[in-house]
Design a protein around this ligand. Structure first.
Ligand code: R5P
Length: 319
């Protein structure tokens, strides 16, 4: 414990009277006027040196159950944890599997309430003992989500960002936008960030026009970051007119080389990183893939160099 006298007779005091106090800027797009706690949480998600993030998404179970690669999160995801910046997950997996000693930022899935079964267009089975077939064209109840985590719980789980799905153009557009704004208002009281996730579905085309509208709309409503899919044509126009950072979802599993190319293109076209799941945990060699994605996002590697790294690490792993 320090004694009560702060003066050290041996050392001259220095007040730096000729040096103005520095006014540090904040590195992240659109985020320079936020309060300290929110900026600090964002600096935990995004690497202040590269300005980008690698979020590892494995929240799929909230509507898909144990999808391929997530049957045993302890076996498949924990080995990847050291190489990402942020873990995107549900509270159930966070509490049951993720060690509380993790240093990674937490992106907590905060909307839910529907399942992949409810999106089936046709159903065949029995009703009252008789064979039956139901057709439900255009039926899209996946969008019928509500907020599935309250703000006290998010604080208990030390979330840096809360993720909410937004279904623009769907049957439940208004409801999902209300989920978003309710969550933003609740999270704002504590300096927690909110990430709007652009959902895609039958009513929602994967075009630059659609994604420009959806991402901008969410940013205007107060999202601190947006998750969107990458598209080949016009992705740079989406990032350009969205005033907050965009991270890309990986989407369905594709060949590793293509996934690395997509991550590279997205970053070159203004994305602030990736929020990738299946293309990492369903890769032939997930840890090498994670390291290769890291090369692209944080170390400025080309997609072909990153793929070479992937192949090399994969063969080292199997030898
Ligand atoms: C989907 O709604 C989930 O929230 C995932 O986080 C998201 O789809 C990203 O995962 P993937 O890269 O597998 O598409």
């Amino acid at each position: 414990m320090a004694d009560l006298d702060g003066n050290n007779e041996q050392k001259q005091k220095e007040y730096y009277t000729d040096t103005p106090q520095t006014a540090p800027n904040f590195f992240l797009k659109g985020s320079h006027q936020y309060d300290w706690g929110l900026q600090n949480r964002l600096a935990h998600i995004f690497n202040p040196e590269s300005g980008r993030t690698i979020m590892l998404a494995f929240d799929h179970g909230y509507f898909m159950g144990p999808t391929t690669g997530l049957e045993r999160v302890d076996q498949t995801i924990l080995p990847l944890e050291p190489y990402c910046d942020c873990l995107m997950l549900t509270r159930g997996i966070q509490r049951s599997i993720i060690p509380a000693s993790t240093q990674k930022a937490i992106a907590l899935r905060a909307s839910g309430g529907t399942s992949m079964v409810s999106t089936i267009d046709e159903w065949e089975g029995e009703i009252g003992g008789q064979p039956a077939k139901l057709a439900r064209p255009g039926y899209e109840p996946l969008s019928n989500e509500h907020l599935a985590v309250d703000i006290d719980e998010a604080i208990r789980l030390n979330a840096s960002v809360l993720a909410v799905q937004v279904f623009i153009g769907s049957q439940h557009e208004r409801q999902s936008l209300q989920n978003l704004t309710n969550l933003i208002d609740a999270a704002a009281r504590y300096g927690i960030a909110v990430m709007g996730v652009v959902a895609v579905g039958r009513a929602m085309e994967r075009t630059a026009k659609y994604f420009r509208m959806a991402t901008r709309l969410m940013a205007e409503l107060g999202c601190h970051m947006v998750k969107c899919y990458h598209i080949d044509d016009g992705f740079d126009t989406i990032t350009s007119c969205c005033p907050v950072p965009i991270v890309i979802a990986g989407g369905k599993k594709r060949p590793e080389k293509d996934a690395l190319q997509m991550a590279f293109d997205a970053c070159a076209q203004g994305a602030s990183g990736v929020d990738m799941g299946r293309n990492i945990f369903q890769a032939d060699a997930p840890v090498p893939m994670m390291k290769a994605v890291r090369g692209v996002v944080h170390e400025g590697m080309s997609a072909s160099d990153a793929f070479e790294l992937y192949e090399q690490l994969k063969s080292e792993e199997s030898s």
